[in-house]
Design a protein around this ligand. Structure first.
Ligand SMILES: *Cc1c(COP(=O)(O)O)cnc(C)c1O
Length: 409
């Protein structure tokens, strides 16, 4: 759906892309589409072409674009007060924390903005907990993580990435992390020492290509952590808030983590809102001045996050995610394609892994874009489908007809 133009008359799309390539930093490789308007599952470019958003900003748009109740909360709050810092209280933070506690079942939370900040918060919390509650000496705490993890982009977080590109040229790194294979509970058990304070893991590795661990993995991991007095910290920034057909992915195995890390859809697609949620004992290790964020817990973000939580419940988006996910998987399984190696998914978090001979997922995503459907390759060979949870069967059929044209044989 790229509009053609003569050499001296650029389309708005071409001009906007040129500016961001000229004045920005080449740390992304976006599809050549400019979004200038959006509503629900649909977005529009400046030339008026419509696209179905099958990525949802990596699950930050679970509620769809510009959900009316979330936008109303944003606008109403913007007219009252937007920021006070944590030097003073505000009238939204306490209500947000209370409603978040009711949602997660964790008595306390520490609010931040980006997902990476919430992961950093969890790391700092586990280390401090290790010193205060396990009696570890200073600078000895060790955190175990899984290979192929994605937890964000700060120096500390890439310190424990197993992806060469995320680390190369960015050292020196933060010590105190150990990597074990994902999905292998015995490897975790073997890696634990008296210095281990936490195991940090995603319940489903989304960025790694929608990797679902073997059944029972989280239960075993939970047991091992409990037996060794090690905190289980689940990064549900992408899998949480209904994405996998449960409010949180840990519910699929009937366990609870010690620390739950949330972000992305917690901000309703409108504000960066993240949090680390845990018990009194764990978050009680902090005293004033230990940690913080100027924007964390600001009233605008809190009002939006409260609406995001409300809408998830009032519109039964978790059930929708389970139902629509099943419907989408059913359609995908009927796909006859020589390119497809495996289809994996839980709820509306779905990965289509292509055979290496298909030449990479990128060209298929570009082809889908030209046919009005937006999705993105994850790593080289996986097409990730993660539409807003408000998507309908009819819209899934529409997307599937495009996928069939592009992948079908
Ligand atoms: C997106 C993501 C992060 C990082 O969140 P940012 O808001 O980009 O910092 C961390 N962990 C997981 C699992 C994610 O999907």
């Amino acid at each position: 759906m790229i509009t053609t133009a003569t050499p001296d008359s650029k389309t708005p799309t071409q001009e906007y892309i040129e500016f961001s390539e000229k004045y920005g930093t080449p740390n992304y490789h976006p599809l050549p589409v400019v979004v200038s308007e959006a509503k629900g599952v649909w977005v529009k470019d400046p030339e008026g072409c419509k696209y179905l958003d099958m990525l949802s900003s990596y699950s930050a748009l679970n509620h769809g674009h510009r959900h009316p109740e979330i936008i109303k909360a944003l606008v109403d709050q913007a007219k009252k007060v937007t920021l006070v810092s944590r030097a003073f209280h505000n009238d939204q933070l306490g209500l947000f924390l209370k409603e978040l506690s009711e949602l997660t079942g964790f008595p306390r939370a520490l609010p931040m903005n980006s997902g990476a900040e919430a992961v950093e918060t969890a790391v700092k919390t586990a280390r401090k907990w290790g010193c205060l509650k396990k009696g570890l000496p200073q600078e000895k705490a060790e955190i175990i993580v899984a290979a192929n993890n994605f937890h964000g982009r700060t120096v500390t977080i890439v310190s424990f990435s197993s992806d060469e590109q995320y680390r190369k040229d960015f050292g020196p790194f933060t010590p105190g992390f150990k990597i074990v294979p994902f999905g292998d509970a015995e490897a975790l058990k073997a890696a634990i020492t008296t210095s281990t304070v936490a195991f940090l893991v995603e319940p489903i590795q989304a960025e790694a290509g929608i990797l679902i661990p073997p059944p029972g993995y989280l239960q075993k991991v939970r047991e091992i952590c409990t037996q060794n007095n090690v905190l289980l910290m689940l990064d549900e920034i992408q899998t949480g808030m209904g994405r996998t057909g449960k409010m949180f992915a840990f519910e699929h195995e009937g366990i609870r983590p010690d620390v739950l890390i949330l972000g992305k859809a917690l901000g309703g697609g409108a504000m960066p809102v993240s949090a680390a949620c845990a018990s009194d004992e764990i978050l009680g290790v902090y005293k004033p001045g230990d940690h913080g964020s100027t924007f964390g817990g600001n009233p605008l973000a809190c009002a939006v996050a409260r609406a995001a939580i409300r809408v998830l419940k009032s519109e039964n988006l978790v059930e929708r995610s389970a139902q629509m996910g099943e419907y989408l998987m059913g359609r995908l399984r009927s796909l006859k394609s020589g390119y497809v190696k495996e289809i994996r998914g839980r709820g509306l978090l779905v990965g289509i892994e292509l055979h290496p001979a298909a030449g990479g997922a990128r060209r298929f995503c570009e082809d889908l874009m030209r046919r009005g459907m937006l999705c993105k390759e994850t790593h080289e060979h996986v097409i990730r489908l993660a539409p807003p949870l408000v998507i309908t069967e009819k819209e899934i059929d529409w997307a599937f007809s495009r996928l069939k044209k592009v992948l079908g044989t």
